[in-house]
Design a protein. Structure first.
Length: 823
């Protein structure tokens, strides 16, 4: 490493000569009337030349260490806070900070020691008697060297010198600036202390960001309260509630032991304190349907006080209102505790609290989806297609059976990028002051300033979604938000171990975010899981006894409690893949790409290399798998069932199908974790997908946007790309600005957007023109539309589906599957 700059030199004490002149004050003796030189006090005049701190041009090893530690510390903290909050930062950043502090202390000690040595070098040794004599009768004044004062005869003890003043040559402004830039110590102690303070502040920012999920109080189990709507269909809806200890323990009688017949006084807990009640919202003023009894809610500590209730036998395309009622007295639950929590985390303001208090209930609204049969093959019934590409949200009713909009993205980390105004030691004070957004020009105000100033646990990506689809609207302009996984980062930057509290703590932190709260309260949010809800690149099979294998149990339990249970029902009991549909327009299949996955050997570019022995498998030649055989069979049956009953088939995968990421030598993670590492199974699925009309794959994970057209490349009769994939993300995480591979016979590049920390896709499904069904996609990057595309599908001769009242209640009924040909 090159020698660091030389802002101020190393301190070296250089003593200069000091002359002493002694003048005795003459004093007449009263008895002899003469001058008594011995009895008059002497005036000792010192010439005090300052001790100069000179410089040396050379640099020591300590200088190099201090400069290197400062440079690496600043760079590492910047990368961690603004680019990649990697787990590698611990213990790297603490080590760098400790190295800098030690080098600073050694440099400071060296300067002080040299100054002390320089002072001692010019002081002669004085006896105790001389010191006493001087103290009793000598007056000391300063004079210039060479100027004689008073009696020319030196007084006794004239050789004694006074300690000189110690001064350092003043550092120039340039030298101080260079010292602050390089972090090096100079003779100016004030500059050195400022340098130490700045490095300590940077390290404090790192500690605040690193520990924020554990230090921020809103994710504690006793004070997080929320309710939301999840999966919705034409005749059903799911409602999730979290409410710790809604009722206090009450006294009652209990058996001393089961079957003993002996009773004693004890404290009991009400396990089912709430009931969901709901009613149809009438469009006529003053008209309201009766309240219907919904299910009781079981709230237990072992479920982290979460529960999900299903409402069934609802009417399609109908607005409903739901409320929480006390089960023991059939009265509405007052919102006081909920409002107190929301106000404590900045989720509501004083006006909202006052307005909500007037309602005196806890609840919300939702609208069921259209009947699959309404509008089938008839174009739009509720609206007429106009300028399709530029049509505004208000022009199309939300319950149009042939038109709907949803948004999708992946990868969320609160408080990223880090804003210094969020620092725990002063954020509370800054919140009392007006936001800078009030005084800055509008073009200068970024969403991070306007929405995140001095707030904790904020997610700018969700703030942008709120501003775009919810703010100032009577109802959101999208039907649902499809999350593609990585809603929490259990192992980034800190992993708390394979225990349930590690995961529930982070889920609480997510749902406590005021940014996420105002989105999930208005837009149904659900989707599949991915690796960071468990552990990086997690594979659920053949990992027993490993750190990844131990993480699956508690991770899946926490995911199910907070997110999985409110999504569509799994197609097989105990599994985590599911299917749902919106009318006849689109059928969705959510892959589970983690629990059935086997460890991969990485992307090699050759399918034959994929057919190798899996690490940990007993049978040689078993190919790696992402889905497992049961899920793969169910998916193929689903494809056959929806091929002629839905216009668009949307496959949801948490990891990308495209091999373009893996073709880049820089993207090592994609070579191990994407579908490119499982080429055999990918090719098997592509051979099925390329014969199905209007297939769209939505994926995430890669922190880049990528649009590709796919085909298997195996059938010479298929000369076009029939499958489109959109890889979307992150919603709020670091961007990954690295290159991808070039287009190939199987993967054709449409669009690549590597930059942007907040990305999501806005997808409109429009089948109002039967012969020209469309998917219109807008890609938002940092809140702005960056790319738009219209995907025109092929017309599908839809077969009749069951009407309301006969909608399938099981997987086999849903699929209505029997052996059949594709067309």
């Amino acid at each position: 490493m090159a020698a660091p700059p030389n802002p101020g030199a190393e301190a070296v004490a250089v003593p200069e000569k000091s002359d002493t002149v002694v003048k005795k004050k003459k004093k007449k003796n009263k008895n002899h009337n003469k001058t008594d030189d011995t009895s008059s006090p002497a005036t000792v005049v010192h010439d005090r030349a300052p001790l100069q701190i000179s410089t040396r041009r050379g640099r020591t090893l300590l200088d190099v260490v201090q400069f290197s530690a400062s440079l690496l510390l600043r760079l590492s903290v910047y990368i961690f806070l603004q680019w990649i909050p990697t787990s590698l930062a611990w213990p790297l950043i603490p080590i760098l900070y400790g190295t800098y502090v030690v080098s600073w202390l050694l440099k400071d000690r060296g300067v002080r020691k040299l100054v002390k040595q320089g002072s001692a070098a010019i002081l002669p040794q004085a006896g105790a008697g001389d010191l006493k004599e001087l103290a009793d009768g000598v007056t000391v004044t300063d004079q210039t060297i060479g100027k004689q004062v008073g009696n020319a005869h030196p007084a006794e003890g004239a050789g004694l010198t006074e300690p000189p003043t110690v001064e350092s040559r003043p550092s120039s402004l340039y030298g101080k600036a260079v010292a602050l830039v390089t972090g090096l110590s100079i003779p100016s102690r004030r500059v050195n202390l400022l340098n130490l303070g700045l490095h300590t502040l940077l390290f404090s920012f790192f500690l605040d960001s690193y520990g924020s999920p554990y230090l921020f109080p809103s994710h504690f189990e006793h004070n997080l309260i929320f309710h939301r709507v999840g999966d919705i269909g034409p005749t059903h809806s799911k409602i999730q509630v979290r409410w710790p200890e809604p009722l206090p323990l009450f006294s009652g009688l209990e058996e001393t032991s089961e079957g003993s017949g002996v009773l004693r006084d004890g404290l009991q807990r009400v396990e089912k304190p709430f009931r969901i009640v709901y009613t149809e919202v009438s469009s006529k003023a003053g008209m309201r349907s009766r309240w219907e009894r919904g299910p009781l809610l079981t709230l237990l500590e072992e479920n982290d006080w979460t529960t999900t209730a299903s409402l069934s036998n609802l009417w399609p395309a109908t607005q409903y209102e739901y409320r929480l009622a006390w089960a023991h007295n059939n009265t509405f639950v007052a919102p006081h505790r909920l409002l107190e929590f929301q106000a404590s985390v900045g989720g509501v303001g004083e006006e909202e609290v006052a307005s909500a208090s007037e309602r005196n209930y806890v609840g919300g609204t939702f609208k069921t989806w259209p009947d699959p049969r309404v509008g089938q093959g008839m174009g739009g019934l509720a609206s007429t297609p106009g300028l399709l590409e530029d049509e505004e949200d208000e022009n199309v009713p939300l319950d149009d059976p042939n038109y709907f909009r949803f948004i999708t993205s992946s990868c969320v980390k609160p408080d990223f990028p880090y804003n210094p105004s969020q620092f725990v030691l002063w954020s509370w004070l800054l919140r009392l002051l007006p936001s800078p957004a009030l005084y800055l020009p509008a073009e200068w105000v970024s969403p991070q300033i306007s929405n995140s100033w001095a707030k904790r646990n904020v997610i700018p990506g969700f703030d942008m979604i709120y501003d775009r689809y919810i703010k100032d609207r009577p109802e959101p302009s999208v039907r649902f938000l499809l999350s593609l996984g990585d809603l929490i980062y259990a192992d980034v930057p800190r992993y708390g171990g394979p225990k349930i509290d590690t995961y529930t703590r982070l889920w609480r932190n997510l749902f406590a975010s005021p940014s996420f709260k105002r989105v999930f309260e208005k837009i149904p949010t659900f989707g599949p899981l991915d690796d960071h809800e468990i552990k990086n690149n997690a594979a659920g099979q053949l990992t027993e006894g490993t750190a990844v294998g131990e993480a699956f149990g508690p991770a899946l339990q926490a995911w199910s409690q907070y997110f999985g249970s409110v999504g569509p029902d799994p197609l097989s009991p105990g599994k985590h893949y599911s299917a749902f549909r919106y009318g006849n327009e689109a059928a969705f299949f959510n892959f589970d790409t983690r629990t059935q996955r086997t460890p991969s050997t990485g992307y090699t570019g050759e399918e034959e290399d994929d057919l190798q022995h899996i690490p940990g498998a007993e049978d040689d030649g078993l190919p790696p798998t992402v889905l497992g055989q049961e899920q793969k069979d169910d998916f193929i049956r689903w494809l056959r069932a929806v091929n002629n009953t839905a216009t668009f088939k949307i496959v949801v995968s948490s990891v990308p199908f495209s091999t373009l990421f893996a073709r880049s030598t820089l993207d090592v993670d994609a070579r191990m974790d994407s579908w490119a590492a499982y080429l055999s199974e990918r090719s098997e699925l592509m051979r099925e997908l390329e014969y199905v009309k209007n297939v769209l794959i939505i994926s995430g994970d890669r922190h880049q946007f990528l649009a590709t057209s796919l085909r298997s490349g195996e059938d010479p009769n298929v000369d076009r790309y029939t499958v489109t994939e959109l890889c979307v993300g992150p919603l709020n995480m670091f961007a990954l600005p690295i290159s991808i591979g070039e287009s190939s016979e199987t993967d054709k590049l449409l669009k690549h957007i590597p930059l942007g920390r907040q990305k999501w896709a806005d997808i409109v499904v429009d089948t109002r023109r039967v012969m020209e069904p469309q998917l219109r996609v807008k890609v938002y990057v940092d809140g702005q539309v960056t790319w738009k595309v219209k995907l025109v599908g092929e017309p599908v001769a839809l077969k009749a589906v069951k009407t309301v009242g006969g909608i399938a209640k099981s997987f086999l009924e849903l699929l209505n599957w029997r052996p059949r040909r594709w067309f």
